[in-house]
Write a new protein. Structure first.
Ligand SMILES: NC(=O)c1ccc[n+]([C@@H]2O[C@H](COP(=O)([O-])OP(=O)(O)OC[C@H]3O[C@@H](n4cnc5c(N)ncnc54)[C@H](O)[C@@H]3O)[C@@H](O)[C@H]2O)c1
Length: 304
């Protein structure tokens, strides 16, 4: 008995890296998997057929899978994911929006094409793939759906040289919160993953700092470490857990804060005067600093 027996999963960008590990583990847990990937370079250019390799790997292990090479950045691509699942497996239960690219540049050098390409694959890609699935869940009445989206500390904390990527990844966290509300009544959970893993996306960043990446580093911090929390959320165990952000990296699993008001003041009458804000704003900033300090203290990993 697998945790995902009789479930149909679509995993985008599953030809390599984190998506591949998720597809392999979902199939090993009994899901029929649509392996989507157009086989792009890290910057989103080019195509190669790598989805078929993962399908072969899954089938060789006794699992069930089919390839889809559409781009998630196209509305028709997102629609084809649902259609591939329906044509081959008769339904769809799980969508993992994992496909991604990078075009790192500071704002001074970021061309419109760099901005558009990254927003298209990440943020629009989440829209393109989620909309057909959401409509299908509503129209079919199929229960227990799962959407698992991929954000990043780049968008949630901020990171130098990634205004396009960070904006898309922060947007994905906001998109997920709205979808969680809209899909609750259709029995579908929507959660966000903030991963950290050594893949072709991140290994060059290490190498640029003069560090070498050995097999033991991949064993300790490779993309395989992200799959368990995604599969768990997709399983029955994840029922009712929605609108959360989980961070996973190097054997760690954590939950992140969602935005909340930490401290507030209200004037009984009239508008704020600037000299009143001289007094109030530092108190707000101080409350925020204390909140961060408490989160940092409580967020230290517990060894298990
Ligand atoms: N690796 C990390 O540490 C890290 C950190 C934060 C966020 N992420 C996010 O996790 C996800 C997976 O990253 P990864 O490290 O496995 O990257 P990766 O480059 O190894 O894999 C991404 C895959 O997405 C595919 N892809 C790109 N554009 C596509 C498109 N338009 N349609 C379909 N497929 C497309 C690529 O061909 C590639 O196989 C991404 O969304 C990434 O932004 C990764």
């Amino acid at each position: 008995m697998g945790r995902l027996d009789d479930r149909v999963a679509v995993v985008t960008g599953a030809g390599r890296g984190i998506g591949r590990e998720i597809a392999l583990m979902m199939a090993a847990e009994g899901a029929s998997v649509v392996v989507n990937d157009l086989g792009a370079n890290t910057d989103g250019t080019g195509t190669t057929n790598i989805a078929d390799d993962v399908v072969e790997e899954i089938r060789a292990a006794g699992g069930s899978a089919v390839a889809n090479t559409a781009s998630v950045a196209e509305v028709s691509g997102g629609e084809s994911l649902l259609q591939t699942a329906l044509d081959n497996f008769g339904g769809m239960d799980i969508l993992v929006n994992n496909a991604g690219i990078l075009r790192d540049k500071t704002i001074f050098n970021m061309e419109e094409a760099d901005w558009d390409a990254v927003l298209a694959v990440h943020l629009k890609g989440h829209y393109c793939c989620s909309r057909p699935f959401a409509r299908y869940l509503r129209e079919s009445g199929r229960q227990n759906g799962r959407i698992i989206n991929f954000s990043s500390v780049s968008g949630l904390f901020g990171n130098f040289g990634q205004a396009n990527y960070g904006a898309a990844k922060a947007g994905i966290a906001g998109f997920s919160r709205v979808l969680a509300i809209e899909l609750r009544k259709y029995g579908c959970t929507v959660n966000t993953i903030s991963p950290g893993a050594l893949t072709r996306m991140t290994i060059p960043l290490r190498e640029n700092r003069g560090e070498t990446v050995e097999q033991e580093d991949i064993d300790a911090g490779g993309p395989q470490h992200i799959a368990p929390i995604v599969v768990w959320l997709a399983s029955d165990a994840g029922k009712g857990i929605t609108s959360e952000i989980f961070h996973a990296a190097r054997g760690g699993v954590a939950i992140m804060q969602q935005p909340r008001i930490i401290k507030s003041f209200r004037k009984s009458t009239g508008m704020w005067q600037l000299d009143e804000l001289d007094d109030v704003v530092p108190q707000l900033v101080e409350a925020k600093a204390a909140n961060i300090e408490a989160a940092d203290r409580d967020g230290v990993s517990v060894e298990v």
